[in-house]
Design a protein around this ligand. Structure first.
Ligand code: KG4
Ligand code: ZN
Length: 333
């Protein structure tokens, strides 16, 4: 099946053309085209994403990227567009564009959940044998969400826990702002962290010992704030690396505890924060220690993209899930 994916939930305008073939125990996913137009430079002066600017940029970029696809006579079998969660004005831009081309080209339109896009991106990591990976512990860490799930099959999952306040990516972005780094903060913190001593400052690990699987990052962020306020001369690299260490510590410990508790056969990592090298390394190491498979997509499929949206739409078809073609800023997994 050939699918055209469209993603405009936040600050990336993305379009992709993907071929998906289901075989007995796996999927063959071939990315034919994958275009992303990033708005980082537009939002950077404001220190975060400005919804109306995002909407304007999506409206400008969508026709350009669509033209670049150069579909010609080869019509895709379906168009998939993100319906949520995300910024409402941004979502609507993608939805309205998708509706127009769906009508013009007479191709069915499917709505996709952005978080399911992240969740299913383990399928983009390597060839997986569906018989061998479930149950899986899946960690979705992005700018808006931090969710730990138990996945029992491709279509059945249960949320074990999520953040009670800031998402992991949001904490990276806010701490970056305190350190006067630019937006988005995650990659900036990671860069700065390379030159620091990760044991220099012992920041708190919120909820690390609590029984459940919820997370909280607001307290950690506040600790960094007080440290910066009360320390006359500090090393920004030490702060960045010690903060990163604390976030990764919590994410890894909780994910591993969940995996051990229910005997996971694999661990999935996805979302923008999954681009973080320390997080990838630690989860990979810990998975190896207990002999489970670790699946994480290549870096450019962690941050927002339309390939994962095409895959999520395909899964909607498989499990007969129909999302309303209507912006729904707050849907969850
Ligand atoms: O999934 P994503 O692209 O967008 C959302 O769905 O939110 O995630 C963006 C988030 C931002 O908060 C960004 O700072 C964070 O992912 N991020 C990182 C890294 N790269 C992106 N956080 C830590 N380390 C990174 N290398
Ligand atoms: Zn995302």
């Amino acid at each position: 099946m050939r699918i055209l994916g469209i993603e405009t939930s936040c600050d990336e305008t993305a379009i992709a053309l993907v071929d998906i073939v289901r075989t007995k125990h796996t999927f063959k996913i071939k990315v034919l085209k994958n275009f992303i137009s990033s708005q980082i430079a537009v939002h950077r002066p404001f220190g975060g994403v400005v919804p109306n600017l995002a909407k304007r940029e999506h409206a400008l970029n969508l026709p350009i990227l669509f033209k670049k696809l150069n579909l010609g006579k080869q019509k895709p079998d379906a168009i998939v567009v993100t319906v949520g969660p995300g910024l409402e004005p941004a979502l609507w831009t993608g939805i309205n564009f998708a509706k127009t081309i769906s009508k013009e080209l007479k191709i069915p339109l499917i709505g996709a959940n952005h978080l399911e896009g992240h969740l299913y991106s383990f399928l983009l990591s390597q060839k997986v044998n569906l018989k061998k990976i479930f149950p899986a512990a899946a960690l979705v860490v992005s700018g808006g969400h931090t969710i730990l799930l138990r996945m029992d099959s491709l279509t059945k999952w249960k949320r074990l826990g999520e953040t009670r306040d800031d998402a992991a990516g949001e904490a990276f972005d806010k701490v970056a702002r305190m350190l006067k780094l630019s937006y988005p903060g995650g990659p900036e913190i990671e860069r700065l962290a390379k030159n620091g001593n990760p044991k220099a400052i012992l920041f708190p690990r919120p909820m690390i010992r609590e029984k459940g699987f919820d997370f909280s990052f607001a307290g950690l962020k506040t600790s960094v704030f007080y440290y910066l306020r009360d320390t006359q001369k500090y090393s920004a690299s030490d702060v960045a690396t010690s903060f990163q260490e604390a976030v990764v510590d919590v994410l890894v410990k909780k994910t591993m505890r969940a995996a051990k508790e229910f005997g996971a056969k694999s661990i999935f990592l996805s979302g923008g924060v999954a681009s973080n090298a320390l997080l990838r390394k630690c989860l990979r190491q810990e998975s190896k220690k207990i002999g489970v498979q670790f699946l994480v997509p290549q870096i450019d499929f962690n941050t927002d993209n339309a390939v994962m949206i095409a895959v999520a739409g395909y899964m909607d078809l498989l499990r007969k899930k129909k999302y309303k073609i209507f912006a729904n800023a707050n849907i969850n997994l």
